[in-house]
Design a protein around this ligand. Structure first.
Ligand SMILES: NC(=O)c1ccc[n+]([C@@H]2O[C@H](COP(=O)([O-])OP(=O)(O)OC[C@H]3O[C@@H](n4cnc5c(N)ncnc54)[C@H](O)[C@@H]3O)[C@@H](O)[C@H]2O)c1
Length: 323
């Protein structure tokens, strides 16, 4: 059993300090750990400190800090040198989604920690068992998949690969509860884990309706937002079925399943977007039209929303049976 007063002794590392890496650093600092952040490319070293300080300010405005920002920063060490990971119990890799780059990082982490640390990857789509073949100690390697912003979301997917031992995975699962997460613990490495499989099933049907001109982009968004959006923070999909009564779902499933798309092709609209080099709000070109200023405002609005939804979820805890 990990005790709360031990967190300050459990040193953790993060390798890769881009968007998610820096946000994970903030989540771990807030939990009370000393954190070692490694910058594998020079631009990380230039930008990470400012990005982390900005995210800590966002966390402060969201009411989740109980110490001054300087106190959290005093427990952080950033460097390009992997040697600072020497005493870390767990090192979270968070670099670009490229297998060969992740593999290179694992070799450097293993050298710095003398193979003693547990290593986790934030990969969204590369199977854990594939990455596991690139590490010297596969029994201490697993998937720990965060959602952005890592310090203000309760989601965390912990996934064992084919060679991951039970004990280190359980240790990370237990520790994650101190990071204010509601972690899932997947015994089996399935592509896309759970959350991406669920979301991409919805995306497939959304694109199917749009490509066949049966609904517009706006229709799809409005339906999803105002239907799922009105209950999804309070309960999961399965609990909702229980709440509404299962019999009607049985009829609906038997009628609707044969009608839904089971296409394995990339949707036409998505191909067009990629051809136009549309990157959504990153370059103000996407499924909607934006000016650059509107794109910036969307980012700010989402940061404010994150704070509200985090608070709301805490005010409506899950029923005891879900635990
Ligand atoms: N962005 C999200 O919402 C999100 C959510 C879940 C998982 N992830 C996963 O997290 C990981 C990182 O994503 P991100 O959004 O932080 O990306 P990012 O583009 O913001 O950061 C990528 C980081 O990768 C590292 N990197 C880039 N090129 C490198 C190189 N040549 N050699 C070594 N390191 C290099 C750098 O640290 C860089 O900051 C990916 O595996 C991604 O799939 C991202």
């Amino acid at each position: 059993m990990i005790k709360p007063n031990e967190l300050a002794e459990i040193e953790l590392g993060v390798v890769g300090l881009g968007l998610m890496g820096s946000s994970i650093v903030v989540a771990l600092l807030i939990a009370g750990h000393p954190v070692r952040g490694v910058a594998p490319i020079p631009s990380d070293m230039k930008d990470a400190e400012l990005r982390i300080t900005k995210q800590l300010k966002h966390a402060e405005e969201s009411g989740i800090l109980n110490q001054p920002i300087s106190q959290y920063l005093s427990r952080l060490m950033l460097s390009e040198d992997f040697g600072i990971l020497r005493d870390c119990r767990l090192v979270q890799e968070c670099v670009v989604e490229r297998t060969e780059i992740k593999g290179l990082m694992y070799r450097k982490i293993a050298e710095a920690t003398r193979g003693k640390a547990i290593v986790s990857s934030n990969t969204s789509a590369i199977p854990i068992s594939v990455l596991q073949d690139l590490v010297p100690n596969p029994e201490r390697f697993l998937g720990v998949h965060w959602a952005e912003p890592a310090y203000l979301t309760r989601f965390l997917e912990i996934t064992k690969g084919a060679k991951t031992a039970e004990e280190p995975a359980k240790w990370v699962f237990e520790l994650a509860h101190y990071w204010d997460k509601e972690p899932t613990f997947l015994q089996k490495d399935i592509r896309g884990f759970v959350t991406n499989r669920l979301m991409y099933a919805v995306y497939r049907e959304a694109f199917h309706l749009i490509d066949r001109k049966e609904a517009t982009v706006e229709d799809v968004d409005k339906s999803f937002r105002y239907d799922a959006g009105s209950w999804i923070t309070a309960m999961g999909l399965m609990k909702r079925m229980d709440l509404l009564g299962l019999a009607d779902f049985r009829v609906a499933l038997s009628r609707l399943f044969p009608e839904l798309s089971n296409s394995t092709e990339v949707p036409e609209l998505m191909k067009q977007m990629v051809e136009k080099e549309a990157r959504g709000i990153q370059n103000a070109r996407g499924l909607y039209a934006y000016t650059e200023q509107e794109a910036e405002e969307w980012e700010k609005a989402f940061a404010a929303f994150n704070k509200e939804i985090y608070r709301l979820a805490a005010e409506h805890p899950s029923a005891p049976t879900e635990k």
